[in-house]
Design a protein around this ligand. Structure first.
Ligand SMILES: [Zn+2]
Ligand SMILES: [Zn+2]
Length: 1071
């Protein structure tokens, strides 16, 4: 900047008066250039303050002086770059954003530090000034309109960072604290002086208050700095915020030149903020690749193709084992690490089959369209490099394939890349159109087999059976099936379940090379080392700090978060921290990735990641699947993944490939399950994963697919070999038999039975989240940010909610339930919102009743009515509630299926008389039951909300005393009935687990649920024990009953369960 600036007349004597260690000056000698008539502040004792606060005072006084000067000049817009330059001149050192944020945290009502729309920067009541401001204003005005360096930002920089004080000359808070902005009226010099003094003393008071309020063992500076993090303004326009005016920052090394993980670790452990967070470290040494030769060597052409398009000169042992087995006509499952070269295992046999017979066809099935597209391109390249196979036609065939292209694909394709949904709704129902393809089908490859479990897996297993049946009918019984999965327990068994085949050749020995890998467990430090009861620092700030640390060293990081909201909050924290550090170069290379973002956004982020542009990704498990996002060096897992140990290993496996070293860090949350792994880190590596669930006996699922199968080709009892022994009963009761003994789909499912089943659950209605921030500007349009499923919309987009997208905050202004849209505005807020809601679940009609083993009581299955109400929300800052707002939103009512077991009447009485809160007892028993149920992900219970249960005064709804479970809307079938069918076992297992658990008050091994809506607050272990025992007809041990006094007021929420009307003719089934 070559421009000459006018000196700002300031009192340097004051601003320079506080120096560390110096005795407090009673009256400081004035500086030569201080003007006469200035008064000094009353003497302030700051010597007892921490040094940092003394420095902060110096900064504040400089700022105070500059702002007072600016406000006396009528046409100044007080933007941050302007103020900063002047303050830096006074301080003779850079003014960091973090310091300003600390001032803002200290005096939130005085300091205004925020981005405001550029339009609102106009000088109040003086419109002609705006147009000629640049010419007429001296010095600062140029910065005010064009940002720190150039005017090229004029178009995009819609927001301007403003730093000012928010009060008028009479010391009252401005009424204009919102988005609007006007300059204060000019003051007389005397009034100005008083204003400056008043502000300075307000600062001193605030510091003194903070020091007084700080508890023993806490560091007031750290407290303030932590609070300041929420006050770093974030530019809603997303264009660069001002970087450090001194511009000195370290370059981020390119990922190729980054230091080794070991070097980074050594440096890290020397950092001042390292406080023994590292509780476990395990290093896996680099492993050489192990290769072998095929029994039958590949043709020259295939070898040439592999070397030309992939630089593959030899094959690893697992590739060889799989390809050899396929050559012998076996079906194969390969379960090895991520990036071990699994696609070659599918591709080579396809090339071989095509070389032998150009008519051959193959089908590749992926769980997502994105994966299928990546892999289609890879195979095309390979074919193109293979002499003689260049002409082979390969297509994606999925929901995005245009209707007019589909016939051509059916007629010409040699290989299609598709998914089970297409197989189910498009290929099998039109088997006649696919006959050429199916007759010539040699290989079916199903990738990511571990993805297919629980309900979805159970559907897919039936689709696979329909598929094999149709292929056999067109005369093709010799298809080889090949599948790959992440490392799972019993991969062969899982493949047998999904494919319905008997002989599966299992390959689990991994021959791929891998780099050195460092596994860390990084427990956030205690808030107070002397007092563990205060808990630990936030895992999120540890995670983001570590992530920033790694990124500045050129280490490419992915941060996995458990849920979407945490993902956005982590992104927001990174935004604030990187902005505060002036590392916008790094911020530009970090993005969030989660479900809910549009397809285009997701593809764009994947591409950015793959091409190496991104240094950091903050993601949910949406990125767990094998979408190729290029080489990552480090994985940070914030909290133990909901998917359990399998998910943990899958996420950890995203870092590192081949020759590079890599890092995986687990940062536990305070939850018991997380802390279990802190204390037993070996379990992270050695514990067996749960077997993947596939339910082949669900009558609901089986019937649905038998209707489809019968429509594809009428069924006979011969088909039991595909669909199992339940086939006969379902055919006889649910399908239609013709005179020749063939079974046909029931007419109510015609003409397209497949349309009645959505493999992944019904598509939910969605709300559009529309950003209207720019609507009132010339040329501004509304933009759709995201589409949110109905079941989430309720909890995320109510009026007043803070909606976060890519770590940027928006305020929800208006929600229309008719048009299913929410209008939001970009707003820099330092709080988040959390809905206050409850869901009422009422059993409405009984379909089935089943006796419970060794008990006089029953389990019920039937229709339930669900009603969810969001009745308000909390504003939270630093996890503390700063406000509670009531809302009136329409309730969300829907029907579902569920199962329930009533609490016997005497037991309810016993609980009440013993002073055990029945709501706590029932809630805990519900968790205990669910914890024993393998399909619990797809079944929900009525989690009790503390705010409601412990409310003083009567509750509107008296809840029936029963354990009740329901299938959330959008999920199709079979889960509740499964729990119903196994109710006796589940109750017995639950009781055993609670009885045997050594914990005092309950833990995740017995009555706590990691997904509890109310954080397991309303639970009672002894209550659960009594309820479970009573349901099973066991005697209640009198010792169980505590002697604490009765508190009748909290007991009003639960009443005896009424009888639920049953459909006609229901018989009680045996246990
Ligand atoms: Zn719960
Ligand atoms: Zn326990």
């Amino acid at each position: 900047m070559g421009r000459k600036r006018k000196e700002v007349p300031v009192d340097e004597g004051e601003s320079g008066s506080v120096e560390k260690g110096e005795p407090k000056p009673v009256k400081k000698p004035r500086n030569a250039n201080s003007s006469k008539g200035k008064t000094t502040l009353p003497p302030v004792d700051t010597t007892s303050w921490p040094q940092h606060f003394q420095y902060l005072y110096k900064v504040f006084k400089a700022l105070n002086t500059v702002l007072a000067f600016c406000s006396s000049r009528k046409n100044f817009a007080i933007t941050f770059p302007v103020v900063r330059l002047s303050v830096e001149q006074l301080l003779k050192e850079p003014l960091e954003l973090a310091r300003v944020a600390e001032l803002k945290a200290l005096l939130p009502d005085t300091v205004k530090f925020a981005y405001i729309p550029r339009e609102e920067l106009r000088i109040h009541g003086d419109s002609q000034e705006t147009s000629s401001r640049r010419e007429r204003s001296p010095d600062f005005a140029a910065f005010a309109t064009s940002g720190a360096s150039s005017s090229k930002l004029d178009d995009q920089a819609e927001h301007v960072l403003v730093l000012d004080f928010m009060e008028n000359s009479r010391g009252k808070k401005s009424t204009n604290q919102g988005f609007g902005y006007t300059l204060p009226p000019a003051l007389t010099p005397a009034a100005m002086k008083r204003l400056v003094e008043r502000r300075n003393s307000r600062f001193v008071d605030a510091i003194n208050e903070l020091l007084e309020a700080t508890r023993q063992g806490e560091d007031p500076v750290a407290l303030l700095q932590a609070a300041a993090r929420d006050h770093i303004p974030i530019n809603p326009s997303g264009s660069p915020a001002p970087t450090s005016s001194k511009g000195k920052q370290r370059e981020v090394p390119s990922p190729e030149d980054r230091p080794t993980i070991d070097a980074v670790m050594q440096e890290l452990l020397q950092e001042t903020w390292y406080q023994d967070q590292l509780t476990s470290r395990r290093i896996f040494d680099a492993r050489q690749g192990r290769t072998a030769s095929l029994e039958v060597p590949l043709s020259d052409e295939i070898q040439q193709a592999l070397s030309a398009s992939r630089k593959i000169m030899s094959l690893y042992i697992h590739q060889v084992a799989a390809i050899d087995a396929l050559a012998q006509g076996k079906s194969v499952i390969v379960s090895t690490s991520t990036a071990s070269g699994k696609s070659v295992i599918y591709q080579v046999p396809v090339l071989k089959a095509l070389q032998e017979d150009h008519q051959s066809t193959a089908m590749f099935i992926y769980p997502t369209k994105a994966l299928a597209q990546d892999q289609r391109i890879a195979l095309e390249q390979l074919l193109y490099s293979c002499p003689g196979l260049e002409h082979i036609k390969v297509y994606n065939y999925d929901g995005d394939t245009a209707q007019e292209l589909r016939a051509g694909i059916r007629e010409n394709a040699s290989v299609i890349f598709t998914n089970f949904d297409m197989l189910h709704t498009s290929i099998l129902p039109h088997e006649d159109l696919w006959r050429r393809f199916l007759k010539n089908l040699k290989i079916v490859a199903v990738d990511e087999l571990h993805y297919y479990s629980n309900i979805f897996g159970s559907h897919v297993a039936q689709v696979m059976r329909r598929f094999r049946r149709v292929c056999a009918a067109v005369g093709n019984r010799r298809i080889c099936f090949v599948s790959c999965s992440a490392t799972i327990s019993k991969p062969g068994q899982h493949m047998k379940h999904i494919f319905g085949i008997e002989d599966v050749y299992e390959v689990t020995e991994d021959g791929a090379p891998s780099g050195r890998k460092d596994f860390l467990v990084w427990n956030p430090p205690l808030k107070d080392p002397m007092d563990a009861s205060l808990g630990r620092m936030s895992s999120m700030s540890e995670a983001t700090r570590l992530m920033r640390y790694l990124m500045t060293r050129g280490v490419r990081v992915i941060l996995f978060c458990k849920i979407r909201k945490v993902c956005e909050l982590a992104m927001r924290t990174l935004r604030a921290e990187l902005t505060a550090e002036g590392r916008l170069d790094i911020l530009d290379r970090v993005m969030a990735y989660r479900g809910g973002y549009s397809q285009q956004d997701r593809r764009r982020i994947e591409k950015e990641a793959f091409t190496g542009n991104l240094l950091g990704i903050v993601a949910t498990n949406a990125l767990e699947l094998g979408v190729d996002i290029g080489v990552l060096d480090a994985v940070i897992m914030l909290g133990f993944p909901m998917g359990g140990i399998a998910s943990f290993r899958q996420q950890a496996g995203r870092a590192g490939r081949r020759a590079r070293d890599a890092l995986a860090v687990f940062i536990p949350d305070p939850f018991p399950i997380d802390q279990h792994y802190v204390n037993n880190p070996d379990d992270l590596f050695d514990q067996a994963t749960n077997d993947l669930m596939v339910d082949l006996e669900s009558k609901v699922i089986l019937e649905a697919h038998l209707q489809c199968a019968a429509h594809e080709m009428p069924l006979t009892m011969e088909d039991e070999k595909y669909f199992g022994p339940l086939t006969k009963g379902i055919c006889e009761t649910r399908l239609v038999k013709d005179k020749d003994g063939w079974y046909h789909a029931h007419p109510k499912y015609l003409p397209f039975p497949a349309k009645h089943i959505a493999l992944r659950g019904a598509d939910e209605e969605k709300y559009s989240v529309v950003d209207i921030s720019k609507l009132d500007r010339a040329g501004g349009t509304a933009q759709i940010l995201e589409e949110v499923e109905l079941s989430r919309a309720l909890f995320e987009i109510y009026e007043g909610a803070v909606f976060i997208h890519q770590g940027i905050t928006f305020l929800v202004k208006e929600v229309s339930h008719d048009s299913k849209t929410a209008k939001v505005i970009r707003t820099d807020v330092n709080w988040i919102t959390q809905p206050r809601d409850f869901t009422n679940i009422d059993a409405a009609q009984t379909y089935r009743i089943r006796a419970l083993r060794e008990s006089p009581h029953h389990a019920y299955y039937g229709r339930v009515e669900l009603k969810t109400v969001v009745y308000g929300y909390f504003k939270l800052r630093n996890r503390a509630i700063i406000d509670a707002i009531d809302l009136e939103t329409p309730p969300w009512e829907r029907d579902s299926t569920g199962m329930w077991i009533d609490v016997p009447k005497q037991t309810l009485g016993l609980l009440k008389h013993s002073g055990i809160n029945p709501a706590e007892a029932i809630h805990a028993a519900e968790h205990a039951f669910l914890n024993r149920f393998a399909l619990r992900e797809d079944l929900k219970t009525e989690c009790k909300v503390a705010e409601k249960e412990y409310k003083v005064g009567p509750s509107q709804r008296k809840r029936p005393a029963r354990l009740i479970f329901y299938e959330p809307s959008g999920k199709t079938g079979g889960t509740a009935v499964r729990a119903f069918d196994h109710a006796s076992d589940l109750l017995h297992d639950a009781l055993d687990a609670v009885e045997a658990c050594p914990c005092e008050e309950g833990c995740t091994a017995c009555i706590d649920s990691p997904t509890c809506k109310s954080d397991n607050l309303v639970t009672s272990k002894v209550g659960a024990l009594i309820v479970l025992k009573a349901m099973l007809g066991r005697p209640i041990d009198i010792d169980l009953i505590p002697e604490y006094p009765l508190d009748a007021q909290t007991f009003e929420t639960v009443v005896e369960a009424p009888v639920v009307r049953a459909v006609e003719g229901v018989q009680i089934e045996a246990a």
